[in-house]
Design a protein around this ligand. Sequence first.
Ligand SMILES: C[S@@+](CC[C@H](N)C(=O)[O-])C[C@H]1O[C@@H](n2cnc3c(N)ncnc32)[C@H](O)[C@@H]1O
Length: 306
Amino acid sequence: MSQIEQASPNFYYFLCNPGSEKFLKEEIRLIYPELVFAYSTEGFVTFKETRRLGKTLRPVFCRHFGKFLKRGSLEEIKSTYVGRTLFYSLEGEVFESFPIKDGDWVKEIIKVSETQYYFGEFKASLLTAKTPGGFSLSTLPELAPSRAYLKVIDGAKYMGVQFPKNDYALEIGSSPGGATYALLEMGLRVEGIDPGVMDPVCLNHPKFLHHKVSIQDFHVSMLKDHVQWLFVDMNLAPEGSLREIEKVVEAIRPSLKGAFITLKMTKFELVSRVPMYLNIVGKMGLKVVMATQLPSHKQEFLIYAE
Ligand SMILES: C[S@@+](CC[C@H](N)C(=O)[O-])C[C@H]1O[C@@H](n2cnc3c(N)ncnc32)[C@H](O)[C@@H]1O
């Protein structure tokens, strides 16, 4: 019979979108050298604290993280802890869950393989996932023109944002229209900028206006109303995206309530530039609230700023 392994020194585990483990490892190496890589399997990476981590962990390239307490079989873990826990697998099956609010200390069991279960804890905050393992609870509606629909739903859920009906949104990089469709479904009015074609479900919607031009050819005088919510999702390198939205942000800042900026990790080397991207957003006069990966993200991450 295997013994439950007691963690000493501290270990931390991180839940990543499959494919993003390498970004997280590099981010930790650069920003948190106190943590040394210990173990990884698809979607799950652990690090050992070799020197005291004297700063807040705020990694971008994961959906969720926690402090490792024990590992072993499910029976072994359940026999040493009888309180309530979240319980889910790395594949996103949720076996046990309960509502979490910021400030709660939460225990969780993560099924990593048929025989290996991790037991850990985290203090719920803006930095940790709102759902077990940070998996999405949303499904893609049949009519949604693209999976970007989920980025809007997951992003709003993560940030705790509720969009008032009839608020005005601008999406830069809106084709084919998954995100726009999500916003229209929530009752917002939307303008989209993209030289690409919009799906008819958006194009024919009375609350949608398409500017079928690239952002370089767009002038803010073409906007029909005061923008309250900005969404950016262009398949450009982050530097390009940020440079191109600067003039728009400057013009809409007085009415802006929040900006959801998706940046593409077009190269591995960009990990070291993430702090610079956050800085650039700050220099646009916005306050960066959060940078994270959402469950619907591939090689990309979200900056939410207000
Ligand atoms: C990932 S897709 C956006 C998906 C979209 N948000 C949705 O919800 O379906 C990236 C989009 O960025 C657009 N794009 C790329 N460069 C652009 C530019 N310079 N100006 C405007 N849009 C651009 C592309 O045409 C493409 O439609």
